[in-house]
Ligand binder design. Structure first.
Ligand SMILES: [Zn+2]
Length: 580
């Protein structure tokens, strides 16, 4: 389909919604609109054409690679009254009902969201009743690996399924599903999308939007999405909501706190050639511009990895030794370590530890001499002082709108604020590690800002549980945490979904799970803000959930919260459109 006819279809589908996430607006509606996954498409279309679709199918693949879209298209194909060569027409009554999510015979469930299913036995009564409107009843179950109960009963059904039923199970991790179940299902593997595939779709969306865009911005988004179209569309959504005239690679880096490629290469060069002062200047500039050191380190590792790959062919082989040693030094860094020995200090140590390469040893000696004259104080004290800088910077940003100006005066730089939170508890750490998407940087934390702002005392009539308290006062919490500009898009996108002991779980919409990844890195700001509201320290854990299934504005409570948020933010709600 061309982008023009696509746009026509879309306007028909979406006129009622004020703002709909890009990934939903541009969700593939037919097999031919699916990007990538050609092997799956070909097999399924053939099965539809020959009326040989299995009763139980298993879609396996990473987040955001089109499993649910494919399942819905297959549900259409099984029910379409105008099939053409195995392709549903997307216009007959059955197709439209399925597309609009109002077909009673297509049952979508998610083991991790509001339309929750814990136990396969819950499905059975619905399996054996005949379809009400359509030919085939289709059960689509997402995140099926999380369902632990009731499989034995379902296994019997899968062995002799009623003719009118099809099960489509989707999972990101098939190893969590019992082999007896997997063996009864026809398995389809969804692969990560390639950068050009993602770029292609982003270009179609942007052309439709009429937004001038730099090629390298689209390329960067496609790379950062790590094979997930939904993440790519989520990023683009966020960037377009920001309202900049032209979409540039810089805007993408700003959103994600990334350094530009030149800066990363300059730092790696400094590491390779033992130019510690050059490297330290790079770190200074990054922090002045509010860049995230964790992402920066991930970027540096990527550059070293790429150069190591290149060194396997002869011309660059001479550099391999230096690259390996640099890689080892970077790999030894623990980005999660806070306090004075945190990431900044570790990066500086890595720079100072660089072996002089033969061709640069002279230059390096020169730098060391210069260093000795310009900086007479012992290196350790100097570096210790530098570690304090990001803390003060962050505290200024956070405290600015809510604290007295006097408090913005930097504290003694050699004494970074103590971390008030139990941030390295095994639970929090383990959760963070589990939640990191493959290929994404490890989750970590920034220095929490010192508590210079006034503690926010809970209401007198504070609700019974912490979760109630959080939900009740969420708009205020959002308002306060939004005062820290880099954290604003994060706090606007999420909402509290549970409190267990001192661990607060924040849910991010799956379509914007990249924000979840960024939030993981800025967890300390979220923890600091929420702790002040609850009156005790908390650890924050960020998860991606199907929030879009149950958006904030869909019930009375949500409407009230949004109204409250609007009152607080006035017109400043541009980037909150996703949840409205
Ligand atoms: Zn149809």
């Amino acid at each position: 389909m061309t982008s023009i006819s696509r746009a026509t279809t879309m306007s028909r589908v979406t006129t009622s919604a004020p703002h709909q996430a890009l990934y939903r607006r541009w969700r593939a509606q037919t097999f031919s609109e699916i990007v990538g996954q050609q092997a799956v498409v070909v097999t399924l279309r053939n099965a539809v054409r020959t009326n040989a679709v299995a009763h139980g199918l298993l879609f396996v693949g990473p987040r955001g690679t089109g499993k649910t879209s494919m399942a819905r298209i297959l549900a259409k194909a099984l029910n379409c009254t105008n099939l053409v060569d195995g392709e549903p027409d997307d216009t007959c009554e059955a197709c439209v009902a399925i597309r609009d999510g109002r077909a009673l015979d297509v049952v979508e469930m998610d083991a991790a969201s509001n339309n929750k299913v814990d136990d396969m036995r819950d499905l059975l009564p619905r399996v054996y009743t005949a379809p009400s409107d359509l030919r085939r009843k289709v059960f689509i179950v997402d995140e099926v690996q999380r369902i632990k109960e009731g499989w034995d009963v379902l296994l019997k059904t899968l062995e002799e399924p009623p003719d009118h039923v099809a099960f489509i199970f989707c999972t990101t991790d098939s190893s969590q599903i019992r082999p007896a179940v997997v063996s009864r299902l026809q398995r389809f593997d969804f692969r990560r999308l390639t950068v050009p595939e993602i770029e292609g779709k982003l270009h179609r969306i942007l052309a439709d939007d009429g937004r001038p865009t730099d090629e390298d911005a689209v390329h960067l988004i496609a790379q950062l999405a790590a094979g997930g179209m939904r993440d790519a569309e989520g990023m683009l959504d966020q960037l377009l909501a920001g309202g900049t005239e032209r979409l540039t690679a810089d805007a993408v880096r700003d959103l994600l706190g990334l350094a530009d490629a030149e800066t990363v290469r300059a730092f790696v060069k400094a590491l390779l050639e033992g130019e510690a002062l050059v490297g330290i200047e790079v770190l200074d500039r990054l922090e002045e511009r509010g860049r995230d050191l964790r992402s920066f380190m991930d970027q540096a590792v990527e550059v070293v990895r790429a150069e190591l790959g290149a060194s396997l062919v002869s011309p660059a082989a001479a550099r391999r030794g230096a690259l390996i040693s640099t890689g080892r030094r970077l790999a030894a860094i623990d980005p999660a370590r806070g306090g004075p020995g945190g990431l900044r200090f570790q990066l500086e140590l890595a720079l100072l530890d660089s072996p002089p390469s033969d061709s640069h040893s002279e230059a390096r000696a020169g730098h060391v001499a210069a260093s000795a004259t310009v900086r007479p104080e012992p290196p350790a004290a100097d570096l210790g002082a530098r570690v304090g800088e990001p803390v003060d910077q962050l505290s200024e940003q956070v405290a600015e709108p809510v604290s007295q100006p006097a408090q913005q005066v930097a504290e003694p730089v050699s004494k970074p604020a103590p971390d008030p939170l139990p941030d390295e508890t095994p639970t929090a750490g383990a959760v963070a590690a589990d939640q990191v998407a493959p290929g994404k940087p490890a989750a970590g934390r920034e220095q929490p800002p010192p508590a210079t702002t006034e503690p926010v005392v809970p209401d007198d009539q504070s609700p019974a549980t912490d979760l109630d308290a959080l939900r009740h006062r969420w708009p205020e919490i959002v308002a306060v945490i939004s005062a820290h500009p880099p954290t604003k898009p994060l706090i606007l996108a999420c909402r509290p979904i549970s409190v267990e002991g001192t661990v607060v779980t924040l849910g991010f919409p799956e379509g914007q799970s990249f924000l979840r990844d960024v939030a993981e890195r800025r967890r300390s700001v979220l923890e600091e803000g929420i702790s002040r509201f609850l009156g005790h320290p908390v650890a924050v854990r960020c998860v991606a959930t199907n929030l879009d299934v149950d958006p904030l504005g869909s019930d009375d409570e949500g409407t009230r919260l949004l109204a409250e948020a609007r009152r607080i933010f006035a017109d400043d709600l541009v980037d909150a459109r996703e949840v409205s």
